[in-house]
Write a protein of this length. Structure first.
Length: 184
């Protein structure tokens, strides 16, 4: 097997190509509809976000050969991307301008701090990701107590979406837990 085949270059091309495709989608859509209206700063932020997520995963792949650890990282990074994207695009609770949405960013930051404090070891990452899932749900409860101008029914939709994000973090925690057990 050649060095290129072992290094996973096709997966890198697919991954970075997908990021470029995601970034190009609103650019192309803006040519056909006025419903999509991104500014230059929107494209810059999305590019930085994709680069941070992709770069972090690249680093994970270089640092760990454990496939469960890599999968746990991929799931956590996907969940992080989705939380940030949903929060900035439309807001998780109410509109994107609702200050309660900052609580979800705080939940992600707590997860990152937990990961760093665990020195990115699998067992600690499992706890950090489970903690992130819990922090997201707690953030939702706190946001609801702050009150929103939405009908009650929309809170169920928000809860369903947020629970999906939390489930991704819990799935990541499970993969990290299995990675920790497989390395013992």
């Amino acid at each position: 097997m050649t060095d290129i085949a072992r290094s996973g270059v096709p997966w890198r091309i697919i991954g970075w190509g997908a990021a470029v495709l995601l970034l190009a989608t609103p650019f192309i859509a803006m040519r056909f509809t006025s419903e999509v209206n991104w500014t230059a700063s929107d494209f810059i932020f999305a590019g930085i976000l994709f680069a941070a997520i992709g770069g972090t995963f690249e680093l994970t792949v270089r640092m760990s050969r454990n496939h469960l650890y890599r999968a746990g990282s991929a799931l956590a990074l996907l969940a992080t991307l989705l939380v940030v994207w949903a929060n900035l695009a439309v807001g998780i609770v109410g509109s994107e301008d609702n200050p309660s949405n900052l609580l979800f960013i705080v939940a992600l930051l707590l997860g990152m701090i937990g990961a760093a404090l665990s020195r990115f070891r699998a067992a600690g990452m499992a706890r950090a990701m489970a903690g992130t899932a819990a922090a997201l749900e707690i953030a939702f409860i706190i946001a609801l107590t702050q009150g929103t101008d939405e009908p009650f029914v929309s809170h169920w939709v928000e809860l369903a979406g947020l629970s999906l994000f939390a489930a991704l973090f819990l799935g990541s925690a499970g993969l990290f837990r299995k990675a920790a057990r497989s390395s013992v």
